[in-house]
Ligand binder design. Sequence first.
Ligand code: DGY
Length: 318
Amino acid sequence: MKVFINKRIPEIGITMLKEAKLEVIIPENEHLSYEEWLAYCKLSDVILNVGGEFKFDPYFFKECPNIKAIALYSVGYDQVNIQSATENAVPIGNTPDVLSKATSDVSFLLMQSVARRASYNFEKVKAGNWGRFDPLHALGQELYGKTLGVFGLGRIGFEMAKKSRKAFDMEIIYHNRHRNVEAEKEINARYVSFDELIKQADVLSIHASYKAEQKDLFNNAVFEKMKSNAIFINTARGGFHDQKALYEALKNNQIWGAGLDVTNPEPMPYDDPILELSNVCVLPHIGSATEEARNGMAKMAAENIIAFSKGEKNYLLV
Ligand code: DGY
């Protein structure tokens, strides 16, 4: 069975595949064009896919009828048209759990960085503008006892909520497709409607898995309803927020600040006006970028493929 991996992943995953006697194909050039990528896919039985650059859409499944399974090196699976995968009987695997702590750490980091205006202050230091002690300048806000609104209280959202509860005794409200009974019991999380979530949250943090119909869900109308002291955090997918509307909301002080690990578009152009604002912290999609999480993802993606090659389906999503 030929396994195509479009970018090098931690060695543990590659070793596991080789030990399971699977043939691993990793191109020398890891910056493939779409056509080059598709040509590799056509030669392979299984794909271990890194990144969301190329889509597994109806065109892909028509062009690559021999693909038997796809193991994603991510928890998100928005790059896959699940309906097409199902119609073509191609099982899809992803890597949940192993990155929940690392990704929620970034949400937590962004929340604090924005609340204490870390980016703004760091820019000042770099520019030689440390200045004298000023009791009224660059004041942040404390998070103690504030309300965290979690949009999507799954594994990553739960980790973020637990940390926020423990560190800052934050009240947790959430909106989800399903009630999260464990979170309601363990951290007293309270289920609210979407409207209540955006109106009541002092910090609004997105953790849901993204679907195309949710594009720009956080738009002008939503930012208008949020509190003026609210901090908006997105470490899930940039498609969730309308970035122009977010820029306007921040510029007009409709909301207080934003921390983004995902942007719209992604990567974000260096001259995006949002970067000129002082109440924003942007990171380049580093949620799962720890040795522990990336090794865990490599192991899990390899396990998915090995399970598939043995006819098992335990890890696969579809
Ligand atoms: C994920 O796992 O979905 C992260 O966003 C990395 O792509």
